[in-house]
Ligand binder design. Structure first.
Ligand code: C2E
Ligand code: CA
Ligand code: CA
Ligand code: CA
Length: 279
């Protein structure tokens, strides 16, 4: 029996070392990619349900490897977080989004609000707010065109620091949205203290809203809560007309999802930005 356990332990250690080795190799590849800026931003429209036009874009990171393979963010963001690489990757992302906004502006397009995802670790950087505002100033971008999407985990990790930074950003006009709303474990009381302007209802709710009355009730509750607090609601991951109908009936303000448009490279967007109806 002891011999059997020892063998199993041995196997597990070997597997653990292999995993660790693979993680390190992956981390090295990611580090090289960050150094060489092997990333691209794709943009997904947010659609205003009253006007049925594009009211914003969310910037989403894409990593293209040397072999032309695309690695999805769900794969590399966690590694970027744990290794700290997210700090330089996040800085690149924000600069790239700003560069793109300037390019569209120079091409004569109307200004479109840009949403950028933030990881807890980026937000924790002491110089974060200073650096963001400096970049916007240098690029002559109105801070009111920028919205950061944070998850509830950002709030849980260092509430006091997060609170101070959010107030500083909000004071300059930068918007804040709570991403994946409804999936975290934090209490709702933070909504009282935070200068948040938007709740993004998580895709998992949208996915089951058509067939699950309980989910519909939860989403109705979130939308009412948001309305009473003066917050804008966005439903993520809208893929069908049925989902859209329910969300519209519940009074959701904005939607985002494959039903309207998939995330796409900047070159594919000017048509959407021209202000024509989306569907
Ligand atoms: P998220 O912020 O919740 O972004 C929404 C995700 O849902 C995106 O996946 C988007 O492509 C996908 N999506 C949009 N519409 C639909 C739909 O109708 N159906 C389905 N099934 N999916 C839809 P993506 O681009 O793979 O990003 C995954 C996550 O990676 C993001 O989730 C975000 O948490 C993170 N991420 C992406 N870019 C960045 C970034 O620049 N910085 C940070 N910190 N995180 C990022
Ligand atoms: Ca997001
Ligand atoms: Ca989300
Ligand atoms: Ca998410």
């Amino acid at each position: 029996h002891i011999k059997h356990s020892a063998l199993r332990l041995h196997d597990e250690l070997a597997k653990w070392r292999a995993d660790e080795q693979r993680d390190l190799v992956f981390e090295d590849r990611l580090r090289a990619a960050v150094e060489q800026s092997r990333f691209e931003l794709h943009y997904q429209p947010l659609v205003d349900l009253c006007r049925m036009d594009v009211c914003g874009l969310e910037a989403l990171l894409r990593w293209r490897t040397d072999d032309g393979e695309w690695i999805p963010p769900s794969h590399f963001i966690p590694v970027a977080e744990s290794s700290g690489l997210i700090v330089s990757l996040g800085r690149w992302t924000f600069l790239e989004a700003c560069r793109q906004m300037c390019a569209w502006r120079d091409a004569g397009h109307r200004p479109v609000p840009m949403a950028v995802n933030l990881s807890p670790r980026e937000f924790g950087q002491p110089e974060f707010v200073h650096s963001i505002l400096g970049t916007l100033d240098a690029a002559r971008i109105d801070p009111r065109l920028i919205e950061f999407e944070i998850t509830e985990s950002t709030l849980v990790e260092n509430m006091d620091d997060a609170l101070a930074k959010m107030h500083a950003l909000a004071a300059s006009g930068v918007g804040l949205a709570v991403d994946d709303f409804g999936t975290g474990y934090s209490s709702l009381s933070y909504l009282r203290e935070l200068p948040v302007c938007k709740l993004k209802i998580d895709q998992s709710f949208v996915r089951s809203i058509v067939h699950d009355r309980k989910v519909e009730t939860i989403v109705a509750g979130i939308i009412q809560l948001a309305k009473n607090l003066g917050l804008t609601t966005v439903a993520e991951g809208v893929e069908t007309a049925e989902q859209l109908d329910i969300l519209r009936r519940l009074g959701c303000d904005q939607c985002q999802g494959y039903y309207f448009a998939r995330p796409a490279p900047a070159a594919a967007l000017p048509m959407l930005l021209a202000g024509s109806p989306v569907r």
